[in-house]
Ligand binder design. Sequence first.
Ligand code: AMP
Length: 226
Amino acid sequence: MSEVSTVPGVLILLGPPGAGKGTQARLLEERFGLVQLSTGDLLRAAVAAGTPSGLAAKAVMAAGGLVSDEIVLAILQDRMAEPDTARGVILDGFPRTAGQARSLDGLLAITGQRVSAAISLEVDDAAMIDRVAGRYTCATCGEGYHDTSKRPARAGACDKCGGTDFKRRADDTAETARERLKAYHDQTAPLIAHYRKLGVLESVDAMGSIADIAAALDPIVRRATN
Ligand code: AMP
């Protein structure tokens, strides 16, 4: 009898704000054809569109708190229902609470799937505030930059697409980053034990360069998606 067919993989990137989840998820998307699924991006889009979920989430996000599981799960489930996710997904910023992790396990069980790897990006807290408070992106292509550690080669123009508009997230201030870090330690870091128990936890030192972290992730993702 043939096995229940599964998508190539459901990968989770765990780590505090500034650990590089978004950057690495985008690189994995390019390298492995997986689909990046960022609940932060989905929520920012809902805020920008002024949907009821966006309106409810806006103030919580601005303060660096966590949006309710109910809203986040509804947004995620809608996105997971789109056909491109059959290529396999990298969850970036989800799950962030024990309730979200349980809901995800339940959601995947319905289709005979499971988390193939939960990768914890290990970083020093102190460095995270600087990383977050200094970062910005190209408004055209999304390439990431930083005030001190990664400036565009030609001032004011994106290295990747030449775009000249850049943007900063409203919640990327030192003060909000401290709140987000606290939310991470209080509510998200305990998930590391959950995934260790499930036998799918991987840890990667994420204090190095973007290229070094990508190189460390490569064999893990290769194994998890095979
Ligand atoms: P991120 O882009 O992942 O840093 O998320 C930005 C903000 O969106 C967070 O600080 C939270 O307010 C909210 N958010 C994103 N993902 C979640 C989630 N899984 N659960 C609760 N809130 C979330």
